[in-house]
Design a binder for this molecule. Sequence first.
Ligand code: FAD
Length: 595
Amino acid sequence: TSTGPRVLYWFRTDLRIHDSPALHHALGLNPSVFIPIWTWDPHYVYRARVGPNRWKFLLESQQCLSERLTELNPRQKLNVVREDPTSVIPKLVRKWKVDVLVFEKDTDAYARSRDEEVRKAVEGMGVSVYSAVIGRTLFDPDELVKHNGGQPTMSFNQTLKASSQIDPGDGGKKGEPRRCVPTPTGLPEPLSAEEMDLSGDSEFRHEVPEKAPDFNQEHRGETKERHYEGVAGPNNDFAVVTLEEMGIDSKLAMSPHKGGEREALRLLKTYIDNEEYTGTFEKPKSSPADFEPQSTTLLSPHHHFGTLSIRKFWWDVQEVFEKRKKAGKINAPPPANFPGQLLFRDMYFGAQAALGYAFAQTRGNKIARFIPWDLQSNHSDTPVGEHLLDGTYNVNDEQAEEYFRRWKEGRTGFPWIDALMRQLKYEGWMHHLGRHSVACFLTRGGCYVSWERGAEVFEEWLVDHETACNVGNWMWLSCVAFFSQFSRMYSPIAFGKKWDPEGDLIRKYVPELKHFDKKYIYEPHKAPIADQKSWGCQITGDGTETGTAEMAKYPKPMFDFNEKRQFCLEKMKEAYDAHMYGDDKRVMSGEWKKI
Ligand code: FAD
């Protein structure tokens, strides 16, 4: 038996056992005791917006991880702890006589401050902490920033250039991501059941929290009384929480996209085995209208929860590229190919790492162009991702508020937009170009509503929500940062028609219209009344009336797109001419309203 240290391993963004550099380090310490935990972080559980589908994905991922740990050692499992990590980890370290705490580095603004607090508390108790390695991106975002002159990475080329100077530190070439570390073949012993037991200790017996959100409501909704007795759960067994236990209505968690490392590796294998698909994949050529199967990998939620290593994806793709090259076949070029897509992801992490909390909002953000949207962000409310700065600069135009509501609820009267928004709500995912369409439509290409409002909705409903990617892409699409060609807009009619002339995506997600002739499927209000009747749907109202089983109702377009397009172009030009950024004192003070 080992005489090595007692190691507490804290799983967070790395819910897997393959290619986990932090886990590899922990096991390399040759622990005498190894305790894998996941903690219930109130920041994500109660403050961030997490809809039922992402909860489901997370719980499936935890369950799978727990089973994988048991496969490695039948006495091991994932121990779920229900308390804020900043308070519970120091208590657990003391109670379980831990020598070393290990976790993967996380550069999200909130995570950094949380981890620093935990580190200080635990090191103050004489326990060592190891959290140096990054596992969730190709390159350490802090290194990208360092090699980009201390500045946020704002373009693909900047990211490529900065990464080309990073040494992977494993004998590999500069500019290459680190190679994968081996998957463990066994695990050290856990703590004995008696030593693990927290039930007799009053420190661990409080009820957390007195009021929990009703997860079936949209966030900022009502709270429901729900008590969690004890840090180790109601049965005192550190079990993975179930949807039922959280009070989540399983009908609201119907996403077909499944969590867990096994599912991630299975999906990856299907793409890697399909060498033609992987070698020729070009994102802009993949259809936003495809579903069952979708045209892209749908690996993003696995990257978010760390159920798939980003470097395994990278290196497996490189192997396919090599094989094809040897066979004289041409591979798709970056940035449209898979490695290029992963570098885009790193670009957003680099931007976030440089800017901290300010990255996730306009106010105080030096890269975010200020645009006086008709509906501004609402910072008096629960903020997107990781806001810290407070204060409001709302212009609450009632009309824009109504546009926002109808966009969110998929009843704009533009079937392409409504189909995509309903796909997002029911299934938690949407193709990248679909996200382009709806994000452009909400902001600079239709509703003229702040990108921060849209990012909040995505934050709640996406199974792959990642603050760096969500915020970065919303800024890109709204021409607030990263991209500035605001005259290039997506038509809510022509763009969908180009990809899906039959309107299959609409028929699937807006079933009221499923019998409409393809001539009218993108503009059903133009269909003659007699046809509307024979196809079983009247085009009328604002989408709040449900109609009957025989005669459904679907709204007319909520505005004339061409008029709004013109309006947005003029307003965007004015905003660009004003050249004001989120850290401008006029924005910070709210004074911009007088300009
Ligand atoms: P694939 O095309 O198969 O790409 C492979 C991987 O590359 C993805 O799994 C993802 O990890 C990465 N990737 C691809 N494109 C991007 C991109 N533009 N930015 C960052 N990473 C990328 N992606 C998220 O992971 N989380 C988000 O919260 C998120 N929010 C978005 C919001 C908006 C408004 C837009 C326009 C895009 C957003 N994206 C987000 C990026 C992109 O749409 C998704 O990563 C992609 O659609 C995921 O599907 P996939 O795994 O099939 O992608």
